[in-house]
Design a protein around this ligand. Structure first.
Ligand code: SAM
Length: 229
């Protein structure tokens, strides 16, 4: 009798366990279905939305930044070190009312430093629209956006006639190509400063070396003469 009751109890326990196992299996299957379909559908939809957002943002941004399509740069971007920028500006003999033009202005460091430290107006010209955009951001960050302007243009086509100081960090070949433009558009007395590259047989007024790591950078200074006009 006792053994029969115990067997009955054990059977009940087995049945309960079986029911519990069956229920959890059903639940797990159901959840699996949700997990399989839900997240993947969600991720697919999110992916589509993100891609659409990326497409529209980048297109709009690109259109805003590029403005007009120009040709490829004549030289790639390479920054003038800070000490050399400071020395170029010191050698430029800046006075109130001067207007500095940096032809191929890169990240805008020369015009921005000139405006910030000497409180003059400065213009940067760069053929690469991304560099112009970066420069504008930097000018805003430096609080000189009211005195500094960046133009996305080919320096060979730009009107630079208002400049009283011109800075260059290009190449010797580009300096020589620019020379006729500099001499015809700039007023006598305008200072031209070039980082590392000379102007062929046009002898500089000054040639100054700025220590840089184990070597040095060279700054050339010319003054537009009266007879060039
Ligand atoms: C070597 S980086 C000098 C950057 C800056 N002036 C400096 O000293 O830090 C030369 C810059 O000239 C720009 N550039 C190249 N060809 C150009 C052109 N024809 N007209 C305007 N910018 C040009 C490049 O995009 C690059 O930013």
């Amino acid at each position: 009798m006792l053994a029969g009751k115990a067997r009955c109890g054990l059977l009940m326990i087995y049945c309960c366990c079986a029911v519990l196992i069956l229920m959890s299996a059903v639940c797990a299957r159901g959840q699996g279905a949700v997990n399989d379909a839900g997240p993947s559908a969600f991720l697919q939809a999110k992916g589509r939305l993100d891609a659409a957002a990326r497409r529209t943002t980048s297109r709009a941004e690109r259109r805003k930044r590029q403005g007009k399509r120009l040709r490829a740069p004549d030289v790639i971007y390479y920054a003038t070190p800070t000490d050399t920028v400071n020395e170029m500006l010191r050698l430029a003999d800046i006075k109130p009312g001067d207007v500095l033009y940096d032809l191929g202005s890169g990240d805008g460091r020369i015009p921005i430093t000139a405006a910030r430290r000497y409180n003059i107006r400065a213009v940067g010209i760069d053929i690469n629209p991304k560099m112009v955009w970066v420069s504008e951001e930097r000018a805003r960050g430096a609080g000189v956006a009211d005195r500094v302007r960046f133009i996305n243009e080919d320096m060979f086509r730009a009107d630079i006639s208002e400049a009283t100081i011109v800075t260059l960090y290009l190449s010797r070949k580009l300096n020589l190509l620019l020379r006729p433009k500099l001499l015809s558009q700039l007023r006598p007395g305008t200072r031209i400063l070039s980082h590392d590259f000379d102007m062929g047989d046009w002898k500089p007024e000054q040639k100054v070396r700025v220590p840089w790591f184990r070597g040095y950078r060279t700054i050339y200074v010319w003054i537009v003469p009266h007879y060039s006009h």
